[in-house]
Design a protein around this ligand. Structure first.
Ligand SMILES: Cc1ncc(COP(=O)(O)O)c(C=O)c1O
Length: 405
């Protein structure tokens, strides 16, 4: 008899990749509606503005949050092209694939980039970074808070202090951390906090988000030349959207103009996603991700697997684990998806053939998703001939949930 395909009855795999993530049902429902007119005041005042104001809580900022069509990369590029002019010096910390992405984006906007390389999965040497920042005297320092390619969380508060000490803007990629790991925009002195909708915010893919500090606005206003993009120059939002009482140019109560037409369905979904985050409360949400990330790691280790990065950097939203020596990670991903209906990721780039990555973001940071994922991983590894005691990973994760949750 042929083997049973357990995924046959599912219409889609459960997303345990590091984004996009599973969506709460009310977020899915929010998109099930006829089109709204994006330039209608009822949308601006009834949906978009309340959403960006509510997002301030999630970003932990008193400044403006800009929502735009796009993704994490749009947010990074909009941040970069808005404040950086050709020839500006930028110090870019590169500890993985997304650090390299930031370096590329900066190079494209004409920055004179100095890379601060960090071995993948290894700690950031803050004293050495401080010395480099004092030598380079950059206009901006960039960091990927949670390096999704290696499953690491870097000390953003410390890097913020380094930036402040040399008078540099602090540009932080929080694509895989915001709303899952504590991100304190104002307290850490983040000038541009750039993220996307589809990870820990648990909203659909399609929106870029940037929180902008006063210093970042000043940097935009004191440019020698206008930014070369119209739609993605963040300054347009100050000129066309933000009211005078919030530091913008639009008289309070007057109609505003979105510099780029907003996707109304996605904005509605984001509004609900943010409501859910506020209802849960940030402290509970961060603790939930911490316990869930810990339980997943306990399960992986009980299966005899080893985490890729340094233990002090383990991320609670993305786990990057070494595959067993004799097993091809892409075969594990295929087996888990095709036979058990759960999608995880391989590593990226130079660790693609040696690691696996599992996301625990938004609603997937829960026993409901983590225990079946470990169970399916055990089955898939056994299918591929790897020795693995059935239930060991699930039992360890269950125990971790029982102990801390
Ligand atoms: C840390 C980080 N930065 C940037 C990106 C790019 O974001 P997007 O795919 O939304 O453009 C990702 C995507 O995984 C990411 O994890």
């Amino acid at each position: 008899m042929s083997e049973i395909n357990w995924a046959q009855c599912h219409t889609r795999p459960v997303l345990m990749i590091p984004g996009p993530t599973e969506l709460p049902f009310p977020v899915v429902q929010a998109m099930n509606r006829p089109p709204a007119i994006q330039y209608d005041r009822s949308f601006d005042e009834g949906v978009l503005d309340p959403t960006v104001l509510a997002l301030r809580d999630v970003f932990q900022t008193r400044g403006e949050v800009i929502l735009m069509p796009g993704s994490g990369r749009t947010a990074l590029e909009a941040g970069a092209l808005s404040v950086i002019e050709p020839g500006d010096r930028v110090l870019t910390i590169v500890a993985g694939v997304f650090g390299s992405l930031m370096r590329e984006i900066m190079a494209r906007v004409g920055a004179e980039v100095t890379e601060f390389p960090v071995e993948w999965g290894a700690r950031l040497d803050v004293p050495r970074l401080t010395a480099e920042a004092q030598r380079v005297r950059p206009k901006a320092i960039t960091l990927v808070h949670n390096e999704t390619s290696t499953g690491t969380t870097y000390p953003a508060a410390e890097v913020g202090r380094v930036a402040r000490d040399v008078g540099a803007l602090f540009m932080l990629d929080t694509v895989s951390s915001l709303a899952g790991i504590d991100v304190r925009t104002d307290e850490w002195g983040v000038d541009l906090n750039m993220t996307g909708s589809q990870k820990c915010l648990a909203a659909p893919l399609g929106l870029a988000l940037v929180a902008v500090s006063d210093r970042a606005w000043q940097a935009m206003e004191s440019r020698r030349r206008k930014a070369t993009s119209w739609a993605y120059d963040l300054l347009r939002w100050k000129e066309h959207w933000i009211p005078v009482s919030r530091g913008g140019a639009i008289p309070d109560g007057a109609p505003r103009r979105q510099p780029v037409s907003m996707p109304t369905h996605l904005t509605e979904a984001m509004r609900v996603a943010v409501d859910l985050i506020r209802q849960e409360g940030l402290a509970h949400r961060f603790r939930r991700h911490a316990i869930a990330g810990g339980a997943l790691r306990a399960g992986l280790e009980a299966m005899g697997l080893e985490m890729f990065p340094d233990q002090t950097l383990w991320s609670n939203t993305v786990s990057c684990v070494k595959a067993p020596k004799d097993v091809d990670p892409s075969a594990v991903v295929t087996a888990m998806r095709d036979r058990y209906g759960i999608l995880i990721g391989t590593g990226l780039d130079r660790i693609r053939t040696s690691t696996l990555r599992i996301g625990t973001m938004g609603i997937t940071s829960s026993p409901l998703y983590i225990l079946p994922t470990l169970g399916a991983l055990e089955l898939a590894l056994r299918d591929l001939g790897s020795k693995c005691e059935p239930g060991a990973g699930v039992a360890a994760a269950q125990a971790a949930f029982a102990e801390r949750g």
